[in-house]
Design a protein around this ligand. Sequence first.
Ligand code: NAD
Length: 351
Amino acid sequence: MTAVASARVLASDYEEVRACRGPRSRLHMAIAIHRTVDGRSLGGLRFEPYDTPDDALTDVKRLARAMTVKAAVTGLRLGGAKGVIAHPPASPPDPELRTLALHDFAQLVDSFDGRYITAQDAGTSIDDISCVGRFTDHIAGRPRCKGGSGDPSPYTAHGIEVAIRTTLQAPIAGRHIVIVGLGHVGSHLANRLHDAGARLTVADVNDAKLVLAEQLGAQWMTPEDAIGAEADVLAPCALGGMLDLDTISRLQVSVVAGAANNQLASDLAADALLERGIVWAPDFVINAGGLIAVEDELHGFDQRRVERSIERIGDTLNEIYDRASRAGTNNLIAAQQLAVQRSGGLDGNNT
Ligand SMILES: NC(=O)c1ccc[n+]([C@@H]2O[C@H](COP(=O)([O-])OP(=O)(O)OC[C@H]3O[C@@H](n4cnc5c(N)ncnc54)[C@H](O)[C@@H]3O)[C@@H](O)[C@H]2O)c1
């Protein structure tokens, strides 16, 4: 068996970070454990282009920390972690290289002796996670036919629907909702909202998504126009950083609630939304449906239990809105404070 010679990376706020070059694939990869709870941490594997190995390392640490906050505010006894495999932007891996890299990554996962559990994330599929699972036991999000929770996206979309319903404080039927990003989560969300009777406007950089828009009778717009569309709700379901001071000044909605991680370009954006009277449902609170499903698999997957737990995202959201209104603060600060309270502190190296 080829050994993975990984190097521990000095990262003071993190329980452990290891990086290596895969012995088979020669691709750079890293795992960051922000912290463990009861000896465990969980976070998906990103297989993405990065300009440099350092960029990948910065990203994996940032994402691991965000997983700690998400698990804490959701009330899951789980630490935050993340894994990345980086490929050069100009050369996406062919299937053979992909399998070698996933094998290398599985060995890196194994080197943590179960303290890190990996799962699907951006740039990986359920087939990729099955492939990793051929070489390590420490995976979650196995296919449904193998007793796993399967694709997390439908569960994430369920959580976003709960958040929209909770924030509107009214049924979804008849409301006008704009979805930007019709990928895994956005398309499930569009179907759910369509079934609930919403009027939809949708946007994506990929014109192939127009087919789904037509099937649902949704209006199609460019992402640029969709951000400024007059509607009840904007649901950002593409990439992070969409809400900056410029885009916020153009919003014509009363609610922003979507799946995209790190929607706010900076913390100042939370104040800008508050000043405009727009209710922002914090992304790391409402997009936890997938994490809830994957975590449930660790106890023997039970779909009804997962669905009940996702419905409770609404209670968490109401608590955040109450706290923010009582303290006169924004929803980001209120959500972060709740995460700290629910976990007894969010620093790494402390559990
Ligand atoms: N998949 C999950 O269960 C899950 C869980 C939590 C958070 N998230 C977050 O939700 C977001 C969407 O995840 P996903 O799994 O659906 O990803 P995805 O890659 O399947 O979908 C993203 C979609 O956004 C589109 N897109 C990219 N840039 C765009 C732009 N500038 N304007 C409009 N559309 C654009 C892409 O073409 C694609 O259709 C990501 O930020 C992800 O981190 C996903």
